[in-house]
Write a protein that binds this ligand. Structure first.
Ligand code: NAP
Length: 258
């Protein structure tokens, strides 16, 4: 009675770089639940990797989409309109900041670096949701993005990405408010540190992961699979009453006080 069945649901999962990506774990969980999938990747460099993964997700459609390129976002919206005509699931697993802004001092963040991080990691969530709104409306759709605790706490070296995640989490609430009347739910998962391409770009990431594992109540790090299944839960009808929520999937680390 409580099984998650997403058969006949169309799901777009953005930000697959490789088999370690959180977006890929979410795509796999959605596939297991029966969803029809489209995976997007940032550019040509990732094309063959994502095409090789697609058969493991039911022969998912694979498309390039650079969220900083308007033509690319437009092409994605047009293709999904032609291909499916409606979208029940949208997953945004995209973030980027310049390497020099993820080390050294936050106080010296460049204006260009600040705008780049916020553009790719936060604005893109608002923009893509808006572009796909005609497909999401009247579909009982669910939208999800991926955040991190640095949205609300100071985390060494996370620097400008913490600012981007704070904007992202507020955008979740604002979108949830605005899109609720259209029966669209908007939520985020705040994941504990998982070794992915993006995470390894953060100076001192491995030390941070070790610290989380030592201090978290579960005494370990979370796995990509745990992020995938938690995402499936949030995207499913089981939580049709939840929107505007940030769900921590971090082995309990976030609620510790000392
Ligand atoms: P990932 O595999 O490196 O995924 C990040 C994705 O963002 C990559 O596919 C990357 O493509 C893509 N991207 C960057 N710029 C883009 C652009 N302009 N247009 C489209 N896509 C772009 O790393 P991940 O850890 O799974 O990250 C997914 C999300 O989870 C991010 O929002 C991240 O902040 C969040 N998160 C991760 C952790 C963690 O510990 N891993 C924890 C909490 C939250 P390229 O490789 O080409 O740049």
């Amino acid at each position: 009675m409580f099984a998650i069945d997403l058969s006949n649901k169309n799901a777009l999962v953005m930000g697959v770089a490789n088999h370690r990506s959180l977006s890929w774990a979410i795509a796999r969980a959605l596939h297991e639940a029966g969803a029809r999938l489209c995976l997007t990747y940032a550019g040509e460099r990732l094309k063959s990797t994502v095409e090789e993964l697609a058969p493991q997700a039911g022969g998912a459609i694979t498309l390039p989409c650079d969220v900083t390129d308007e033509a690319s976002v437009q092409a994605l919206a047009e293709r999904l309109t032609r291909e499916w005509g409606s979208l029940q699931v949208l997953v945004h697993g995209i973030a980027f900041a310049n390497k020099e802004d993820l080390e050294g001092t936050f106080v010296h963040t460049s204006r260009a670096g600040f705008f780049t991080a916020l553009d790719v990691s936060a604005y893109s969530f608002i923009h893509v949701t808006g572009k796909l709104l005609p497909l999401l409306e009247n579909s009982g759709a669910s939208v999800l993005t991926l955040s991190y605790l640095a949205a609300e706490r100071a985390v060494p070296n996370y620097n400008v990405m913490g600012s981007a995640k704070a904007v992202l989490e507020q955008s979740v609430r604002q979108l949830a408010y605005e899109l609720g009347p259209k029966n669209i739910r908007v939520n985020a998962i705040s994941a504990g540190p998982v070794s992915t391409l993006a995470a390894r770009g953060i100076t001192g990431f491995l030390g941070m992961q070790k610290h989380h594992a030592e201090k978290a109540p579960l005494k370990r790090n979370v796995t990509t699979e745990e992020v995938g299944t938690a995402a499936l839960f949030l995207l499913s009808e089981l939580v049709s009453g939840i929107t505007g929520e940030i769900l921590y999937v971090d082995a309990g680390y976030h609620m510790m006080g000392a």
